[in-house]
Ligand binder design. Structure first.
Ligand code: COA
Length: 177
């Protein structure tokens, strides 16, 4: 993973997709991006980003995710947001697990989303680097995630960050009977 400063203009829903970033932006409209722990007051903005991506209204879901990963009650859980000029522009959720199949502690990423209005400016990478640093401090030396096969965007993103096919295989079956 490279480390480059992410700076963006605050998103407006009408904004055109950001031009591909080639080094630090220099326009006066750009603002530094910070990554911090999600707060309950961020949930409206988080649900709005998710709505822009998934098309679904999932306020109750994000409240549940916040309680599980962001409340601080679970020592190894993380729910981080990227913020530019007070506006939440991205999120990442994950946790360190050390109970699977006798494996050493591993950082699992469950979700990452960046506001479509500020993509390809390094925000996703900043979020991934931030959670990776926290996982490392918690003892993890590997990051893992599970993707939808057809989501080529997220696959390109993770692949671009250096992630590759791992040793585990995901299996499932229908129990709805
Ligand atoms: C994937 C996502 C998080 C990337 O966020 P981002 O802020 O645009 O990512 P970055 O600017 O940090 O990009 C980092 C790298 O990812 C890759 N990447 C990002 N967008 C890409 C695209 N549209 N096409 C191909 N590669 C892309 C590139 O390798 C890029 O590095 P580069 O800019 O040096 O080429 C964002 O596109 C998103 O939220 N997508 C929807 C996520 C989703 O479906 N979530 C649900 C499942 S978790």
């Amino acid at each position: 993973m490279s480390s480059r400063p992410a700076t963006v203009a605050p998103p407006t829903r009408a904004a055109k997709p950001a031009p591909r970033r080639r080094g630090p932006p220099t326009t006066p409209q750009t603002h530094p991006v910070e990554v911090r722990a999600a707060r309950r007051t961020d949930l409206k903005a988080i649900a709005a980003i998710d709505h822009a991506i998934s098309g679904e209204e999932r306020h109750a879901y994000w409240l549940q995710v916040f309680r599980r990963y962001g409340s601080g009650e679970h020592r190894d859980s993380r729910f981080l947001v990227a913020v530019a000029e007070g506006t939440v522009i991205g999120l990442i959720v994950g946790e360190v697990r050390d109970w699977e199949f006798g494996s050493p502690p591993c950082g699992w990423i469950f979700g990452i989303e960046v506001d479509p209005a500020v993509r390809q400016r390094g925000v996703g990478e900043l979020l991934l680097n931030a959670i990776a640093a926290q996982f490392r401090r918690a003892g993890a030396r590997t990051i893992r995630t599970v993707l939808q096969r057809e989501n080529t965007l997220i696959l390109s993103f993770f692949r671009g960050q250096g992630m590759m096919a791992g040793p585990l295989l995901s299996l499932e079956m229908d129990i709805d009977n």
